[in-house]
Write a protein that binds this ligand. Structure first.
Ligand SMILES: [Zn+2]
Length: 419
């Protein structure tokens, strides 16, 4: 529905809202006619014709085919133009940086990654980031078309308004103004959010949450975070840091967490917690294919190795996955009681292990969460693995372009102020 009256309303705002409505429908329905757009948006056909003409002129939309109709001439179908511009997504993680370049239809054109150590200097990691972004820019196929934005996925607390990384416990970074720093090098818009929020958005746009309004995405890696998506929007909270579910206290006397608290949920279900539990069982005298003669650290362990051992009947691997699943279910039961989501998506490094853990997780949730909170909640595994947050970084830029197409069109050429 058009939200603003034309009489005395702000024409620029009216135009922005109407363009955004048209583009969002084109994103969701892939190919539709002007008549469909008029019906879906509630705008009259003359207005749709004008808006579409402008979008075609600025290359954001293109004609993608025709549909024959029983009466009259066939109608022309419209879709988003993949060549409207390019989007760069970058994920900074604890041990690597990944970059992806896509077109306006979110199709991957090029991607790459660079490994680092968590204790490498900030200077070194930042120079890797610049190299990767420059390489992505080099791979833009049509230099005439604009780069619509750079989306940054960061491993910690992020002030998304300012594009600032507040705290990344596993990298030891504090108060790094990522947008300010990168804006010295690049002119295109730069947005940042944390990896769990962006993985949630990536799954909602392009994966397991596509058809859902209330999505809780739980990201289990070195740490544990969550993204809460209502409609197509992330629930950010007052300071932009909502969803830090990993730091819910589940045992007041439990292990010390990196945040300074004791017994946080992540000290029971993160990957270091799983490896620590395997070591405890080995030190207690249990035998397992996962032990190593020189077990001074866990560099030889990985979740896929634990999964393979469990599938081969290794008792230690099975016990640890069983205990972890119960602990995941314990925390999820509380979150489901609080949020009443219609879908819970489990992602992160534990993704290969979820098929073995799912029945224990579901059973724990069923026995602990309120019936009314959990009745319509599915618990599913994320479609995207490591790349979910990268897809989310792309979705974040997409969101900005679709909700403010006037700005994008202004950047790709002049724009007249009429609807
Ligand atoms: Zn904590």
């Amino acid at each position: 529905m058009p939200l603003f009256s034309r009489n005395g309303g702000d024409q620029t705002l009216l135009r922005k809202v109407n363009l955004s409505a048209v583009l969002n429908n084109l994103r969701q329905y892939t190919s539709i006619s002007r008549t469909d757009l008029a019906e879906l948006t509630g705008l009259n056909k003359a207005t749709i014709t004008r808006l579409v003409r402008d979008l075609l002129e600025h290359g954001l939309v293109k004609e993608v085919g025709t549909r024959s109709s029983a009466i009259g001439s066939p109608s022309i179908l419209l879709g988003l133009n993949p060549n409207a511009g390019y989007i760069i997504g970058l994920r900074l993680d604890v041990d690597c940086t990944l970059v992806i370049l896509t077109d306006f239809a979110a199709k991957t054109i090029w991607h790459n990654e660079e490994n680092h150590q968590p204790d490498d200097s900030q200077e070194l990691i930042k120079s890797n980031i610049l190299e990767l972004i420059n390489a992505a820019i080099d791979h833009v196929p049509d230099k005439e078309r604009p780069i619509l934005g750079l989306g940054l996925s960061l491993p910690g607390l992020v002030d998304e308004d300012k594009g600032k990384l507040l705290f990344a416990p596993n990298l030891g970074w504090h108060d790094v103004d990522m947008r300010g720093w990168l804006s010295e090098y690049y002119k295109f818009p730069i947005y940042a959010d944390n990896d769990a929020n962006l993985a949630a958005l990536g799954e909602t746009y392009f994966g397991a949450g596509r058809d859902c309004d209330y999505v809780l995405y739980v990201n289990i890696t070195y740490g544990v975070g969550a993204g809460i998506v209502l409609g197509q929007e992330i629930l950010a909270g007052k300071n932009g840091v909502a969803g830090e579910v990993g730091h819910m206290t589940v045992d007041p006397n439990g292990p010390l967490c990196k945040c300074g608290n004791q017994g946080c949920w992540e000290t029971f279900i993160s990957t270091p917690a799983i490896f620590r539990r395997i070591r405890e069982l080995i030190e207690d005298g249990n035998t397992t294919s996962l032990s190593d003669n020189e077990m001074t650290d866990f560099s030889h362990l990985s979740i896929p190795k634990v999964v393979t051992a469990a599938e081969d009947g290794d008792e230690v691997a099975n016990q640890v996955l069983h205990e972890t699943a119960m602990n995941i279910g314990l925390g999820l039961a509380s979150l489901i009681n609080i949020l009443n989501p219609n879908r819970v998506i489990l992602g992160g490094y534990l993704r290969p292990a979820y098929p073995l853990m799912m029945s224990d997780i579901v059973e724990t949730v069923s026995s602990r969460a309120l019936k009314w909170s959990r009745d319509d909640t599915d618990i599913v595994i994320a479609h995207h693995g490591y790349e979910a947050a990268l897809r989310g970084a792309i979705a974040m830029i997409y969101n900005h372009v679709l909700t403010n197409p006037v700005k994008t069109m202004a950047r790709s050429g002049e724009i007249e102020n009429h609807d």
